[in-house]
Design a protein around this ligand. Sequence first.
Ligand code: FEO
Length: 628
Amino acid sequence: MLQFRHLKSSCFNERKLSLPTCRPSPVASRLLTKAAVAEVLNDSTLENDSSTYLSNVVMWNGKRLQTQVLPLTQDTISIRSLDWDRDRFDIEFGLEKGTTYNSYLIFGEKTALVDASHEKFHELYLETLEKELKKMGRTIDYILVSHTEPDHSGLIPAVLDRYPEAVVAGSKVCLQFLTGLTHRPFTAQAVKGGDKIDLGMGHVIEFVMAPNLHWPDTMFSYDHGTGVMYTCDAFGMHYCTDQPFDVDVKSIMPHYRFYYDCLMKPNAKSVTTALRKVKDLNFNVIANGHGPILKYNVSELVGNYGSWSSSIAKGEVSVAVLYSSDYGFSDRLSQTLARGVTKASVQTEMLDLLSVDPQELVACVGRSKGVILMSPPGDSAEAKTSLAVITSALKPGTKVLVAESFGGRDEPVDTLLSSLVDVGAEVVVDPLRVRDLPHQALYQGFEEAGTDLAQALIAKDSIAAKKAAMPADVAKALARLSSGLYVVTAAHNNARSAMVASWVSQASFEPLGLTIAVAKDRAIESLMQVGDVFILNCLGEDNYNATIRHFLKRFAPGADRFEGVEYFTDEGSNCPVISSSIAYMQCKVISRMETPDHWITYCEVADGNVLKPAARTAVHRRKVGNYY
Ligand code: FEO
């Protein structure tokens, strides 16, 4: 919070949908004019509507922040916090277009705020909120909290400081968490699925529990008066623009899909369940928490969630990810493990050990070929019951992974593991221990562990499937494509990784560009997202065997790929350069194209050097084309 205390009130000069002065993005030139926005909103009164405006841009740690206010529908406005330059969300999520945090005000006879914003928007957001409330002569009667991740709830304590009479409505777990977060008394109203709060003037808000979309305590709020469904993370995308709606569906679709893949795919079954719960609600707007609000393509975009999730849910191999909500880092670490599993195209089911119905747990563990068990609090009666259920339901041969939650009262992982081994579980990844506050390298290790478990489940199927997919003659013909041998090295904060690459090709002259194919289940994939920088090391034909052998080894999750390797650090990118390489290039990922099992990354070459001028690049020749 201290970081943005320097923001002055005077920086908040409202601007009515004119372009901010310090937005260099080329997107700006394509943004809709005020008249065009009025047109797409199909509301001629908006043309002169002073309730639609942007704040000035303020800088926070060198990145641009701005708020935007717009009418959404009857008695409802949106306050969107535009985080133009945010470039990452956790380890797994490189952001190409920044993001937004959307919150909403519903003015019935009572006033409800739906979610808030990230702490970094402290002054900007609170000024905007206060201004809008003053305009209407209102205070806040209810705060509807979709879930408790800090990008939406980070400012709720500050809102409560200003509006202490507000009643906070959320799931039971959500309210417990907020109690710890706010350090102040507040009036709480725990709600369940189907509960309603009547704000008056027709705005009856019905709650729908949507656990794991994408947080354990997530709930949707549906306004029967307007048909707006408030879904926060679900149906969102990390895409910052001051066009507030899904007008340009072609542009937003890749971001919508990528967001689904990163956050929702590990919870495909939960997505399907949530869609079933809301199917009878007549919603016409999806008021999400990130990116453009869905108004013009609701059925297509919501339908995509249905089709993407049902195709995943049909997969035969699944991993149960069992965590304890709101305990230590169980939530976030389990999401990272699940993300690692889905990178290898294996589906996951996530269940909360502290609230799951025992029969549901029996069924889930029984049908899962793999089980990830996050250590629950050792003093929880609910967790003890769930652990007993797991050991009774686990089938011999189930592959398991046990991990600490860093909650302070973790059931010891060795005890957990031996209780699973006693009933026939097979350990394929060593227990994951967390000694320090989780950091990027630790999350990277967890993601890799999830991928390792999934790969162990599908290894035989996968090789057999590759062989079966291509006639032998075609496979031999394809092998006539030859390539060079390279090692890609990448680093981001304290996480770094490397992989052997052979599917590398120059792709453009101006700018100098190349493509590299990266298998979706590669650990380094998380460090090669749009905007990321890496090094392409070229291996010499006379001196590549030891390097290839080293980097083709199977590394334990989180293991340092560079231990025992001679390298130096490239100053421009902070990535390792392998000393024995004959040349190297510093590259930046510009775009990625998805194929069924690889990402084709198009990169621009920013810098490079030759280390051994007389040496030639090693050539990779294969016997069959259906494997590397
Ligand atoms: Fe956008 Fe779950 O926070």
